[in-house]
Design a binder for this molecule. Structure first.
Ligand code: C5P
Length: 232
């Protein structure tokens, strides 16, 4: 796996997501299912999208005591998702438990990716609310190193951090990067953005793209443009 465009299907219902996916008659995009859709529709939405032939990144960002995360990961593994994730802030022990829970009896498992600090957390809120006084980029790299130590496969990060994550954790450690926009497109609420071509250059392994595709007049053309810029 690697070098693929993941479409963030941030829709509120199965009906909306199927109407969107029905437009793709050729190539089947890798799909990200987030909390909104999963909580609205339950595990059946994962099975149905999988049945349509899509790979799935289930973005539920688990964070709890190790035993609970281990058991929950075992359930997600049974759903046959391709990638899932958790918060690195749950500690190395929680991440190790997650890998254990995710691993099937035959030794296979979905890829497991860590969220370091959310991009909505800035230096000020990290210091004031979380009492973490180190520079945020040092915290992000430390959490990425913890994820690697626990046996995870990579991190979600800004495309601007992807190069540094690879320097710290090695080129095989995956970087999944949201915050992608076309050079001539709307930025919306994202602050630090990159084009698919720039994300490729900087070494992102997967880009997560939502509205530039889902809200496009021609979503299939927008998806193909992303693939062309990022993968080809
Ligand atoms: O529509 P847009 O391309 O901004 O969607 C980006 C997707 O990536 C959304 O599902 C968003 O929740 C997710 N994401 C993000 N920034 C992060 C982590 C996840 O934008 N740091």
């Amino acid at each position: 796996m690697g070098k693929d465009v993941i479409v963030a299907c941030d829709f509120a219902s199965a009906e909306q997501v199927f109407a969107f996916l029905d437009k793709f008659t050729g190539r089947k995009p890798f799909v990200k299912i987030g909390m909104e859709l999963f909580y609205a529709e339950g595990p059946s939405i994962v099975r149905e999208i999988k049945k349509r032939g899509h790979k799935i990144f289930l973005d539920l960002k688990l964070h709890d005591i190790p035993n609970t995360v281990k058991k929950s990961m075992s359930v997600l593994s049974g759903l046959d998702v391709d990638i899932t994730n958790l918060h690195a802030g749950g500690t190395v022990r929680m991440m190790e438990a997650a890998v254990e829970g995710l691993t099937r009896p035959d030794g296979t498992r979905p890829l497991l990716i860590a969220v370091t600090q959310l991009t909505s957390t800035d230096q000020e809120s990290m210091e004031n609310d979380l009492l973490i006084r180190e520079p945020i980029d040092k915290v992000v790299m430390h959490y990425a190193a913890n994820a690697k130590k626990a046996g995870l496969d990579g991190v979600v990060c800004s495309p601007l951090e992807a190069g540094k994550v690879h320097d710290t954790c090695g080129n095989d450690f995956l970087t999944i990067t949201p915050g992608v926009r076309f050079a001539d497109g709307e930025i919306g609420d994202q602050k630090r953005v990159m084009t698919p071509a720039e994300a490729k250059k900087i070494g992102s392994d997967y880009i997560v793209v939502g509205r530039p595709i889902t809200a496009a007049e021609d979503p299939v053309a927008a998806y193909e443009r992303c693939v062309q810029e990022f993968c080809d």
